[in-house]
Design a protein around this ligand. Structure first.
Ligand code: ASP
Ligand code: MG
Length: 427
């Protein structure tokens, strides 16, 4: 069994879906579980339709956009208007309309019951399309397979229950060697049949969960880049493709913010020694990159991760007490409570500095909650640069004369906080 994951960009138009189908055809004689995200930017649009987010008066236009976008793709893929995909689309879209008209209850709960329609729509269309061109497959509602607790928007997976369900659904017919299944990324279900999600961009994680539960022979993420590059091509003109990446290295890179894979993806596949391929859906014949049981990255080259829109926050006790365990305890409890993730931290005797993603609302709340004991100073519009396998020459080149606000170095990794360059700057 192989597990494939196709993200939103790989199915965002009629030609993209056709291209994806050609990739599947190439592997059509094998057992495949195909995990698919919502088409294009559908999830962003659905977020606007979560009950309570926008005034009801804005719903018709938002729904219309989503409907037209999907229907255009359907019309191009299925010229025969009698095809059953049309009535299934109407049923799903009707359920979405009912959902978005509901009274708001709990935001996280409402969010999951709403955004799930992106993946339900995309997989319904794709499963029908593959069948229509002779790639016989079965559509699976993954909410009956990936089981989570009631943590809406960030479901915690019950791997035992999920393994049982996954094996029952995907491995029922062991003798058949050309089984193809199409199922949703990102979404899951609770024991009492509510929908949960696994966090934004969570489809990679869905594919990793299924790979783990099915002891897959390999997992492949099909992307719009040729593999795991040593830097984001948005910032670098000349990038190098890394051919082999050890599991640990991939986890560290995702932790520092490499956007090529979702941070939770690596652990399940590492636990079962499954190789994760990252390949291009634009040049599917090319090799791509492999994350697996390797000793070091190959080729060994510096790796760069840039995070923009960073804020540096200095937290100073008002009574000039030292920054020590009790102060830190208060600060961390407040950060955890607000769900603020710290990207870099450093302390001196009288101040504690953290680098966080910029978020006006959370910053205000943090200030309010800490203001009794602390003074806060902040600096916005910063860029956090992480370089693995750095040299001083590389650091000087990347910093290019900008004043450094904070820097940390270990033997392999340095992190540097500087003022952000304008958007078009590339190295
Ligand atoms: N559709 C979801 C999102 O846009 C999940 C994914 O694409 O991985 O976040
Ligand atoms: Mg995606």
């Amino acid at each position: 069994m192989k597990v494939f994951k196709f993200g939103g960009a790989s199915v965002n138009s009629t030609s993209a879906v056709r291209n994806m189908a050609e990739i599947v055809r190439h592997y059509g004689c094998e057992s495949l579980v195909i995990v698919v995200s919502a088409m294009g930017k559908t999830t962003n649009r659905l977020e606007q339709l979560v009950p309570g987010v926008r005034p009801l008066g804005e719903h018709p236009a938002l729904l219309e956009q989503l409907r037209d976008y999907h229907l255009q793709i359907i019309r191009e893929l299925f010229p025969n208007q009698q095809h059953p995909v049309y009535s299934q689309f109407d049923i799903l879209f009707g359920q979405l309309q009912t959902q978005v008209a509901k009274q708001p209850t709990n935001y996280n709960f409402d969010y999951d019951q709403t955004v799930c329609f992106g993946e339900l729509l995309s997989t319904t269309i794709i499963s029908h399309y593959l069948n229509s061109i002779g790639l016989n497959n079965q559509w699976v509602d993954v909410r009956n397979v990936i089981r989570t607790d009631n943590h809406f928007r960030e479901g915690i997976v019950d791997f035992d229950a999920t393994s049982k369900a996954a094996q029952a659904v995907f491995m029922a017919d062991k003798d058949c060697h050309n089984n193809i299944f199409v199922t949703q990324g990102f979404i899951a279900g609770t024991a009492d049949k509510y929908t949960t999600t696994l966090g934004r961009e969570g489809s990679d994680y869905s594919a990793a969960i299924l790979s783990y539960c099915l002891n897959a022979e390999s997992m492949t993420i099909w992307k719009d880049v040729p593999g795991f590059l040593n830097a984001d091509p948005k910032y670098f003109r000349n990038t190098i493709k890394i051919e082999e990446i050890p599991y640990n290295e991939a986890i560290e890179l995702a932790y520092y913010g490499a956007s090529v894979i979702h941070p939770k993806t690596v652990k399940p596949i590492q636990n079962k020694d499954i190789v994760l391929n990252i390949r291009s859906f634009v040049t599917p014949e090319a090799e791509g990159s492999k994350i697996g049981p390797y000793d070091s990255i190959h080729p060994l080259t510096p790796l760069y991760i840039f995070k923009n829109n960073q804020t540096l926050l200095s937290i100073l006790p008002k009574d000039f007490s030292f920054i020590a365990e009790d102060n830190l305890h208060t600060i961390f409890a407040t950060l955890a409570n607000l769900g603020i993730r710290v990207n870099l931290m450093q302390n001196s005797a009288l101040s504690f500095s953290i680098c966080i993603d910029d978020n006006e609302m959370l910053l205000q709340q943090l200030q309010q909650q800490l203001s009794a004991q602390f003074r806060l100073r902040y600096n916005r519009g910063l860029q956090l640069i992480t370089i693995r396998y750095y040299t001083q020459q590389i650091i000087d080149h990347i910093v290019s004369g900008r004043p450094i606000l904070l820097q940390q170095r270990s033997r392999t990794t340095t992190q540097i906080l500087v003022q952000q360059h304008d958007d078009h700057h590339s190295f």
